[in-house]
Design a protein around this ligand. Structure first.
Ligand code: FES
Length: 119
C-alpha cells in the first residue's frame, strides 16, 4: 500500500458513522450474527483472525450467509453453496460470481460497532 493509498484508507475510515451492532459476546466462532443497520443486512463473523463484517445477503440469489457453514474464515451459502471469504468478501466458489461488500468493524467495551459509510 502506498502512502497515498494509506491516507485514502484513513480518510475513508473517518467518513464512517460507527453504529452499535450487538454485544461482543453475541458473535462467536460457532455463531455468526445477523444485524440490520440503516437497511444494510450485515453478517458478523468471528474467526481466529478476528471479527469481520460483510453483506449478509449472497450475491447469487437471496440467502443469508449467517445461516451457512463457516470454516477457516470461509462461509458457505446455505442455498447453493457459493463460498465467500469473511475477511475480504471475495467469492471463492460459485455459483455466485461477485464478492459481497465488507464493512469496517471494531469492538469497544464489549460492544461490536460497524462503520456505515455516510450516504
Ligand atoms: S443464493 Fe447463495 S449460492 Fe445461490
Amino acid at each position: 500500500m502506498s502512502a497515498t493509498d494509506q491516507s485514502n484508507a484513513e480518510a475513508d475510515i473517518q467518513d464512517l458513522r460507527w453504529e452499535r451492532a450487538c454485544a461482543s459476546a453475541d458473535v462467536t466462532p460457532d455463531e455468526p450474527k445477523a444485524v440490520t443497520i440503516d437497511g444494510h443486512e450485515i453478517g458478523l463473523f468471528r474467526t481466529g483472525e478476528g471479527l469481520f463484517a460483510i453483506d449478509n445477503v449472497c450475491t447469487h440469489e437471496y440467502a443469508y450467509l449467517t445461516k451457512g457453514l463457516v470454516e477457516d474464515g470461509v462461509v458457505e451459502c446455505p442455498l447453493h453453496e457459493a463460498r465467500f471469504c469473511v475477511k475480504t468478501g471475495a467469492c471463492l466458489h460459485g455459483p455466485a460470481t461477485r464478492p459481497v461488500a465488507t464493512f469496517a468493524v471494531r469492538e469497544e467495551d464489549g460492544v461490536v460497532l460497524v462503520g456505515i459509510p455516510h450516504a
